[in-house]
Design a protein around this ligand. Structure first.
Ligand code: HAM
Length: 443
């Protein structure tokens, strides 16, 4: 037989969006996976009192430059920045914290009763070299809490992240925590670090050499084997913290212990963004390769002030949804597949098609999923389709059925057939039938 000609409407290059490299499936057949994960995040964070905030996908570039920090890789190398027609420089958000803080400030929420607890789902954009788990467009779920300096808030935030991972069934995640103090105690520490790293100037990678002057702490974060080996012997921030922060950090740990959350103190956790102060943390896994950090966060007591507001100690975290999905996949965690179709009504002729509209409308209003033919297929092809989409029940509607006012419903897996009258009670009777099937399935 003649081979079918495949028509490609445009060159393949055009179909690949620059931001879409290495993107795990985001197609309808997989949507139940991310919907499940997002549902858990939404419900779990609501239990901690967080309410959702929606922020714009782009902001004035200056917000990220000031908020995230001029010396960070994100601002220096990874932002999608462009000029608008009005000549303003705008940037696709590389993360959610700066935009949420801007919104909180702009809408005067800082004058409400504190703390303000906000959650968000955001798409983020970073021009990084794509690899598994490192995307140019990715999604974050985050929590931000404004207006508290209590270590209880730090511990509670970490507990919220842990609860989400527990609910998702994720195992073997390491929680690593650290305290990076404030700009004052960091000044001393920077001095000590510079002195130490200058001794290895010739061995450090090019990027770390450029970090030496401006931000030596970031060298601790470098993934190059040489730099990370050198970093192991570097002075520890914990030896430079002011008493107040030592106490704060100890208290966070006390609360984590009380909540039964396991963690290790890792003095090399510095985070890649400039706004952090005091507590920082990461949840890390070995299951998904080099990009193993699935969640990162910490305190940012100076950010709101930096953006023009009053001093408002705040904190938050964000988790990468794609990395979490990868991790769940690698750990073989099954995500419950929802029903795709409860009833498929196959039709023969126009009057049957019109009647099917009435029937599926009633079935749908009971919260069930119902479909009928919208393509104009023959009966056999319709039944094939019903089978393909995994319909639990099917029904054939033709002139006969309409004349007699009843039709046969077929259970697609057992083959069992039941006759139902096509009147106002149809949907109710179908509900009973399908509930009975769910029950017998359970037994
Ligand atoms: P971050 O560590 O840059 O922190 O990102 C948070 C999480 O987003 C990471 O742990 C990772 O799971 C995910 N992620 C980051 N970059 C990528 C990428 N290129 N591809 C895929 N996933 C990625 C922040 O963004 C902070 N705003 C977190 C925060 C909120 N701190 C306080 N509040």
């Amino acid at each position: 037989s003649k081979a079918k000609e495949i028509i490609v409407p445009f060159e393949m290059e055009w179909t690949l969006n620059d931001a879409q490299f290495f993107v795990p499936q985001r197609l309808p057949k997989d949507s139940y996976r991310w919907q499940f994960v997002e549902d858990v995040m939404r419900k779990e964070s609501a239990a901690y009192g967080f309410k959702e905030i929606r922020t714009p996908v782009f902001e004035h570039t200056e917000l990220f430059a000031r908020g995230v920090g001029q010396t960070t890789d994100v601002v220096q190398k990874e932002m999608y920045t462009f000029d608008t027609k009005g000549g303003e420089s705008v940037t696709l958000r590389p993360e959610g914290t700066a935009g949420a803080a801007r919104a909180v400030l702009e809408h005067g929420l800082v004058n409400d009763s504190l703390p303000i607890k906000a959650s968000y789902f955001v798409s983020c954009y970073r021009y990084e070299k794509p690899q598994a788990g490192r995307l140019r467009e990715f999604h974050q779920f985050g929590l931000e809490c404004y207006g508290t300096q209590s270590p209880v808030a730090d511990a509670e935030l970490i507990c919220a992240a842990q609860s989400i991972f527990d609910r998702l069934g994720i195992k073997q995640l390491r929680l690593e925590i650290n305290s990076i103090g404030c700009p004052t105690c960091r000044a001393e520490y920077h001095k000590a670090l510079k002195e130490y790293f200058y001794g290895y100037k010739d061995e450090l990678c090019e990027t770390c050499n450029s970090r030496l002057e401006k931000n030596p702490m970031r060298i601790l974060d470098c993934k190059s084997p040489v730099c990370s080996k050198i970093a192991q012997g570097a002075p520890k921030i914990t030896d430079y913290l002011c008493d107040e922060f030592i106490e704060h950090f100890a208290s966070v740990q006390k609360y984590l212990d009380a909540a039964g959350v396991e963690y290790t103190v890792n003095p090399t956790i510095v985070r890649g963004l400039d706004y952090y102060t005091k507590t920082v943390f990461e949840f890390v896994t070995d299951f998904i390769g080099a990009q193993g950090t699935v969640c990162g966060g910490g305190r940012y007591d100076g950010l709101i002030e930096e953006l023009g507001g009053k001093h408002l100690p705040s904190l938050g975290f964000a988790m990468g949804i794609e990395r979490l999905l990868m991790l769940m996949d690698k750990q073989g965690i099954e995500i419950p597949k929802p029903s795709t179709c409860d009833l498929y009504v196959a039709v023969m002729g126009e009057s049957a098609s019109l009647k099917s509209f009435e029937i599926i409308k009633a079935v749908r209003s009971c919260g069930l999923i119902a479909e009928t033919d919208v393509v104009g297929r023959g009966l056999r092809a319709q039944m094939k389709y019903a089978d393909k989409i995994g319909a639990k029940f099917s029904m054939v509607l033709g002139d006969n059925e309409i004349e007699q006012g009843k039709a046969v419903i077929k259970n697609m897996s057992s083959g069992e057939q039941t006759e139902i009258v096509l009147d106002d009670t149809f949907a109710e009777k179908f509900m009973v039938l399908q509930l009975a099937d769910v029950d017998s399935f359970k037994l």
